[in-house]
Design a protein around this ligand. Sequence first.
Ligand code: G3I
Length: 307
Amino acid sequence: ASTLGAAAAEKGRYFGTAVAANRLGESAYATVLNREFNSVTPENEMKWDAVEASRGNFTYGSADQIVDHAVNRGMKVRGHTLVWHSQLPGWVSSLSSATEVRSVMNNHITQVMTHFRGKIHSWDVVNEAFEDGSSGARRNSVFQQRLGNGYIEEAFRTARSVDPGSRLCYNDYNIDDWSHAKTQAVYNMVRDFRSRGVPIDCVGLQSHFNSQSPVPGNYQTTISSFAALGVDVQITELDIEGSGTSQANSYRTVVNACLAVSRCTGITVWGITDKYSWRASGTPLLFDGNYNKKPAYDAVLAALGGT
Ligand code: G3I
């Protein structure tokens, strides 16, 4: 196979990218997207501020654009994301009663998942609910404040009831290193959910790496440990700061770690070209600003068994 998607497919995996709706009209962008990737994640278009900016008014224009593009070409879609403290409209964060937060959260999940039902392979039901650092605590979002620890479980139960056909993921960053308190906290939550029958199917390791937080030596241990709980692991937002051979080596390590664990079912990079990366001045992706393949691209393709 000579593309990322086709090579991954031969290994029983998908290879995806984050996509921005307003770039689809750029022909080089669409050409590389369509040629290389067989899964997409809307980078911002399904977030709460994009789909329910005002209470009860749902708008899906940009998200539909991406989903239609993908579905028409046989690509999978990852839904990102239903319950998150960021890119959350002010009207949600200022709700003061538990009853209101509960009904708004469940309505949001219900409306959005119903709209896209049948088209989404996996949903990031809850995103980034844990604090960084050594506490292992839940992040102090409006959901946490008003509903307590139980909101995550409630979100997953609601999600399962709305769309039993899509895989339900918990997604976070800085849970790549098995020795980190945050990783252990998420692991303990997933283990608890599995033991009590709370519906969760997958864990998303965002995997945003840079020189301060490089690919950890125990990355494969993290993947296999989550997988041993009976959930899939997806690498959901991969990008690695750097360039040249060292960046290529890091990408290879990530791909090999995923391929070594059968329940690691797919990899998504967080963008196609360095010029549109969220890391403003960085070069963390597989294609440079002119859509040339970087050494990192060659390393990923080779690790996937392609040529
Ligand atoms: O669309 C508006 C535009 O109208 C406005 O003029 C402009 C001025 O700032 O902002 C535009 O919105 C920006 C949006 O990206 C679209 O480009 C927001 O300011 C900006 O904050 C937003 O950044 C996104 C970020 O999430 C927000 O948290 C990045 O694109 C996106 O890559 C990033 O993705 C997150 C994942 O969802 C979760 N994990 C971490 C990851 C990286 O931060």
